[in-house]
Ligand binder design. Structure first.
Ligand code: FA5
Ligand code: MG
Length: 472
């Protein structure tokens, strides 16, 4: 981060391009330090191995494979063209890293949908995958890190061209439906146990788009679901084969209803893994307006987006998401291109717990100091979903949990294993709320000294004191 002495404006170069900060900026040195690592392109890295495995299920020539090295995108690409409403919580500065008011670190690979769809314009029935690093201000624990990787895919079918006795639009559409159906028949059938809790979706909560023929939309949904069940089967069978000593139950997957501004109907796919439902991905029938805007007026299709770490942690038995960023040979040496192997943890170094307690000032709606950074104060929604509200520039100053997370991340980087709310009470007389967060400092590579842990925690405390809180 560079400061210009003459104008006293600061800015930064990201992958060779200059950006000037403004009052919206909330990117930090520690986040920018992770840009450009390209783990998905590092041959023996578990992220790259997982990417290749997914690509082997969604193959060329139908699917073209892309990566997108530069994570800096416009708010237009990340939100607007995808139909995010102006007050969508995803836009808030507590959730998203802003470089400036019009530029963010992408929060999902869907930021590239528009460009990728445009690339399909002259390819008829076709599709793509995109793999990239994505950035979110989020909680800190073993399965959440502010940078992770997504893989996204989409697929379209074009109206059949008017030939061989096909004349009317209805006939063309019939021919397309026939084609979608026969594509679906080509997907291998598996003995997965499938629980479909989103089977009857054509209602108020998860409607078929008005512009779509319900039968045709249904065919697209079927193709989407079969394709992804096939992916799960392939990936998880590979995971099971890497654990020959364990007795495996038959695989169970579950479809549930979801909401995304850019698909309808929408679904999430979960896999039952080691006693729990694990959310793998979101998907749905692409909003027709998005296809139309990309020059794909006569097409219909689906899209999905998946968290690669979620899959890779299962495949390789990697217990902590920070390990993907390790440059320790003891981690990196364990993985080989094209192979699924179980991770053997190297000796675990001791944790060091430090607490921080403070009063939260009452009523977020009252005073609103200029420049204070925060948002709605609503609960941090799991999965970054639709409950919070507050666009980037109209935020009242209130305490938001993600601000603590960000401070810890900025000070401790990968040395913080998790941050948990351990105590919360409201003072009976003053009505003020007290919160206590516990930070677990631990390295995967060495034992932290008392001195450096205390040092980090002191820095964290000093920065937390700058939030709208009173340290106790
Ligand atoms: C999305 O990001 C949508 N763009 C996905 C999509 C694409 C839907 C195309 C429809 C069509 P979501 O926020 O749920 O949705 O994230 C997608 C997946 O990324 C999740 O299912 C999960 O596997 C993974 N993921 C989300 N947050 C994190 C995180 N903090 N750490 C690791 N993985 C995460
Ligand atoms: Mg989700």
């Amino acid at each position: 981060i560079i400061k210009d002495a003459a104008t006293s404006r600061s800015g930064v170069n990201i992958l060779g391009r200059p950006y000037v900060f403004d009052s919206t900026t909330n990117v930090t040195e520690s986040i920018l330090g992770l840009v450009g690592r390209k783990l998905y392109d590092t041959p023996n890295h578990p992220i790259a191995i997982t990417r290749k495995l997914i690509q082997s299920v969604f193959r060329p020539p139908r699917f073209e494979h892309h990566t997108a090295a530069d994570p800096v995108v416009s708010t237009n690409d990340n939100f607007d063209v995808l139909g995010f409403p102006a007050d969508h919580p995803g836009r808030s500065r507590t959730d998203t890293y802003y470089v400036d008011s019009k530029t963010v670190l992408r929060t999902h690979t869907s930021a590239h949908q528009h460009a990728a769809f445009r690339g399909l314009r002259h390819r008829g029935d076709s599709g793509y995958t995109i793999c990239a690093d994505v950035y979110r201000r989020d909680s800190i624990d073993r399965s959440h890190f502010p940078v992770f990787h997504q893989m996204e895919a989409a697929c379209v079918w074009k109206l059949r061209p008017p030939k061989e006795g096909i004349h009317t639009r209805l006939q063309q559409q019939d021919a397309r439906a026939h084609h979608i159906r026969s594509n679906t028949e080509g997907i291998p059938r598996h003995d997965l146990e499938i629980i479909d809790e989103a089977g009857s979706y054509d209602d108020q909560t998860n409607p078929v788009q008005i512009v779509h023929d319900p039968d045709e939309a249904q065919l697209v949904v079927e193709n989407l679901k079969r394709s992804l069940e096939n992916l799960v089967q392939k990936v998880f069978v590979a995971a099971q084969a890497a654990q020959p000593d364990v007795k495996h139950e038959p695989l169970k997957v579950r479809w549930i209803e979801a909401y995304f501004p850019f698909t309808s109907p929408s679904f999430e796919l979960e896999v039952f893994w080691q006693g729990d439902w694990l959310e793998l991905l979101g998907c749905g029938v692409t909003k027709q307006e998005i296809l139309d805007n990309a020059g794909l007026r006569d097409h219909i299709g689906w899209a999905w987006g998946l968290g690669i770490e979620r899959l890779a942690m299962v495949l390789f038995d990697i217990p902590d998401i920070r390990l993907f960023w390790s440059q320790d040979e003891r981690f990196l040496k364990q993985f080989k291109q094209g192979q699924i192997t179980r991770f053997k943890s190297f000796s675990k170094y001791p944790p060091c717990y430090k607490d921080i307690s403070f009063w939260v000032r009452p009523s977020p709606a009252a005073a609103s100091p200029i420049g204070a950074q925060s948002s709605s104060g609503a609960a941090a929604a799991a999965g970054g979903d639709a409950t919070k509200a507050s666009p980037a520039d109209t935020q009242p100053a209130a305490f938001h949990e993600n601000d603590i997370m960000e401070i810890v991340r900025d000070v401790a980087g990968t040395l913080a294993e998790d941050v948990k709310l351990v105590d919360e009470f409201v003072h009976p007389k003053t009505g003020k709320k007290s919160l206590c967060y516990r930070v677990n400092y631990r390295s995967h590579e060495r034992t932290l000294t008392n001195e450096e842990t205390n040092d980090m925690h002191e820095k964290v405390t000093r920065k937390v004191a700058e939030l709208p809180v009173e340290i106790r």
